[in-house]
Design a protein around this ligand. Structure first.
Ligand SMILES: Nc1ncnc2c1ncn2[C@@H]1O[C@H](COP(=O)(O)OP(=O)(O)OP(=O)(O)O)[C@@H](O)[C@H]1O
Ligand SMILES: [Mg+2]
Length: 707
């Protein structure tokens, strides 16, 4: 409390003023309640740096200057743990009222659980991107329009408060016989107005929140659907983390900036305009005095903002780098343990955390200086307004109620100007995030899933490569398949062998049309597969990939994943028996309901492979593509699976990539690949007979390895 003349000043929030008066608080003298930072530039809410990571560091490793700080912090954290985001990956919503400690724009802290990205600048954004961004809001125009109307009502009520409070103070100050009645009438009217304001506020918050949720849901569905349709060239050039980020954080950012941000921005704009208007209405002289301090503080804010931006970008980079390293390591803990790299990894992470902490100390210094300065200036402004206001009062130019209302309006204006700057940067962030989404939504996949011929009659299961050249888009300079020509007749068994990287898996990818050849064509039943419907084509092909990846679900779900629509439980069981997987599945505690863990890691390599074979067989395909399908099996299981595959190959065309050459003795044709070309072709015995042949050399090397 601080006493100036006969005016009592108390630090606190404007809302307290109303509460106190509404609850019958009767000041003995004239009472003014003043918000703390009338002219500072606070903006959005934020979260603090998650020092919880640091707490996990062994005490001995903490560096000197950090140690004491961490110790103190740890003490505090035991009673009150650091806040975590309620929803991982979701940027925090801006809050209505700022706390004293809230920094103006705490970029990195808003994005705790993602690798954050800097705010784009206006000049980097295209007109079309901005138009499309607001197009999302246009789809929800009725809801947003309704919310804005309610916002106008609730903001008007809020902005009427200082004026009414001023009038009440004047009534109290003039205390006479009529005071009680007049007060009652004013209070009764105000209660009604406040109830209307509260109802409007309810509607505004509800409409903005649900609209944001609707926009997010709609974009997410479209984005995921577009991602699912993209061809593999798209995925080869991108990181999974980046795409997951698009789908979660970016979508939230767009939804929020179109609703919550618009809501906050409009409210700030209204508060600023009405506030300044009312300040001039109450007293032009005082208004000029109050507003004179705005430009220097704004300049200080701009200077501080630029410095903060620079340092925040550095923190973002450090943050992104350490998060990327941590995510990769956590996903490969087997390798970390197997190679004894725990200590090295801890140190690597610790160093990056300490580097970031140093930057944050710099940031804290800048922040402390800014708030110190802004607080001081704000208080000086209040004092000078009171001083000059006091003089004006003594001349009866204004009343005490006017002065109170004036100071409240100036507080509104100060806070709202800060809100406007936050609005701008949030909007830029939203447009930047949406631009990255359009990139995905607009991309036309090289392989369109819903086009192409679906033959009315079954096609012959024969295959043909006709002078095919192929390079992966991600590495154009490396030729993978060169002038690749081969015929595979229906019901035949073809094997590819050759050194690692010679192009064997690529051949299978082209048959599945995961990629399209650069030159030449691939035929199925005499038809160029580019003219066929890709879904139909793939429904005729069973595929066992080289790296088996199962989804973290049950064994049953993973096998049924390979079936065409309407696959029955009996067909799943049958496929398991053929793949020699049935027995081991039935021996597991939950049998077909056993959970396989992330990427199937709870199963052995051989078990995963047999489930993968069952998954390929469940649709009873005409063509079976096997990429090293038995490489992880022991010799007993392998011979059983081989016997099953031999049986299966009677009714279908089988193309296999073989590592163990003993498994392809029965093949109708063996193709030896080298650097994307077929250098030898023939039956097992024929190729073996060629004493200088590459196949014979491969066999010899393998036999040497066995003996
Ligand atoms: N997605 C990809 N993007 C870019 N290059 C790739 C991609 N996949 C494979 N390659 C490259 O294409 C070449 C052929 O790869 P492919 O996987 O077909 O070899 P492979 O004969 O199956 O080898 P392995 O026996 O080791 O499985 C290699 O040089 C490889 O580095
Ligand atoms: Mg391969």
């Amino acid at each position: 409390m601080l006493s100036v003349g006969n005016v009592l000043i108390r630090h606190g929030r404007t809302k307290l003023t109303i509460t106190s008066l509404a609850t019958g608080f009767r000041p003995t003298k004239v009472c003014l309640l003043i918000v703390k930072r009338p002219f500072s530039l606070p903006t959005r809410s934020s979260r603090h740096f998650p020092a919880r990571n640091l707490l996990q560091r062994p005490e001995a490793q903490q560096k000197g200057w950090l140690k004491g700080w961490l110790k103190g912090w740890r003490g505090k954290s035991s009673s009150k743990p650091p806040r975590r985001p309620e929803k991982p990956g979701k940027p925090e919503k801006p809050k209505e009222v700022e706390s004293e400690e809230t920094p103006p724009e705490n970029l990195y802290a808003k994005q705790l659980d993602k690798i954050p990205e800097p705010i784009p600048r206006m000049k980097d954004l295209k007109k079309d991107e901005i138009r499309r961004f607001f197009g999302q809001a246009y789809n929800q125009r009725w809801r947003i329009g309704g919310a804005v109307a309610l916002l106008l009502i609730s903001s008007s009520v809020s902005m009427a408060v200082p004026y009414c409070v001023g009038k009440i103070i004047d009534v109290v100050a003039k205390a006479g016989e009529q005071t009680k009645d007049t007060l009652f009438t004013i209070a009764a009217i105000l209660v009604l107005v406040f109830v209307a304001g509260a109802a409007a506020n309810f509607g505004r918050v509800y409409l903005f929140q649900t609209t944001s949720a609707k926009i997010v849901a709609e974009i997410r569905t479209r984005l995921y659907s577009s991602l699912m349709r993209q061809d593999l060239t798209f995925y080869d050039a991108r990181k999974t983390g980046e795409l997951a980020n698009r789908l979660s954080n970016d979508v939230w950012t767009v939804g929020d900036s179109l609703t919550q941000n618009i809501s906050d921005g409009l409210r700030s704009l209204m508060s600023t305009v009405i506030g300044i208007g009312m300040m001039f209405y109450i007293s032009t002289d005082l208004a000029v005095l109050g507003l004179v301090t705005v430009p220097p503080i704004a300049a200080l804010g701009i200077f501080y903002g630029k410095y903060l931006k620079k340092i925040t970008e550095k923190i973002l980079d450090a943050w992104a780098a350490s998060t990327q390293v941590a995510t990769e390591r956590l996903g490969n803990m087997r390798t970390v343990h197997a190679f004894n790299q725990e200590q090295k990894e801890i140190k690597l992470y610790d160093d990056s955390v300490v580097d970031m902490l140093k930057l944050q100390y710099k940031e804290a210094t800048a922040k402390a200086m800014f708030y110190g300065m802004a607080g001081l200036t704000g208080n000086l402004v209040v004092l000078s307004v009171l001083y000059y206001g006091g003089i004006l009062m003594s001349r009866s130019a204004i009343t005490v109620g006017d002065l109170s209302a004036f100071i409240m309006y100036s507080a509104y204006v100060g806070t709202s100007i800060g809100g406007l700057s936050g609005f701008y940067s949030e909007m830029m962030r939203g447009i930047g995030a949406s631009a990255k989404m359009w990139e995905i939504l607009d991309r036309e996949p090289a392989v369109l899933l819903d086009t192409g011929i679906i033959p009315s009659q079954p096609l012959k299961a024969s295959l043909k490569f006709d002078h095919v050249d192929y390079n992966y888009g991600a590495r154009k300079e490396v030729p993978v398949l060169q002038d690749f020509t081969l015929e595979i007749s229906e019901g035949s068994f073809t094997a590819f062998v050759g050194p690692s990287g010679s192009g064997k898996s690529t051949v299978l990818s082209l048959l599945l049309r995961l990629y399209d050849p650069d030159e030449g064509a691939v035929y199925f039943g005499g038809m160029d597969i580019k003219t066929l419907n890709p879904k139909w084509l793939r429904s005729n092909i069973g595929f066992v990939p080289q790296d088996v990846h199962l989804f973290s679900s049950t064994v049953y779900d993973n096998i049924v994943y390979g079936g065409n629509e309407g696959v029955t439980r009996d067909e799943v069981m049958e496929a398991c028996r053929k793949a020699n997987a049935y027995d081991f599945i039935m021996e597991m505690p939950n049998q077909f309901d056993t959970l396989v863990g992330e990427r199937g890691l709870l199963l052995s390599g051989g078990q995963r492979q047999r489930i993968s074979i069952a998954r390929a067989l469940v649709k009873n395909p005409k063509i079976l593509l096997l990429d090293e399908a038995t490489s992880a099996l022991d010799s007993e299981s392998e011979s059983l699976v081989q016997a099953a595959l031999k049986e299966l190959s009677k009714q279908r065309t089988v193309v296999t990539v073989a590592h163990r050459l003993s498994t392809i003795r029965e093949a109708d044709q063996i193709c030896v690949l080298d650097q994307g070309r077929i250098i030898e072709k023939g039956r097992y015995a024929e190729l073996l007979a060629n004493k200088k042949g590459a196949f014979r050399k491969l066999i010899q090397r393998q036999m040497l390895a066995v003996t």
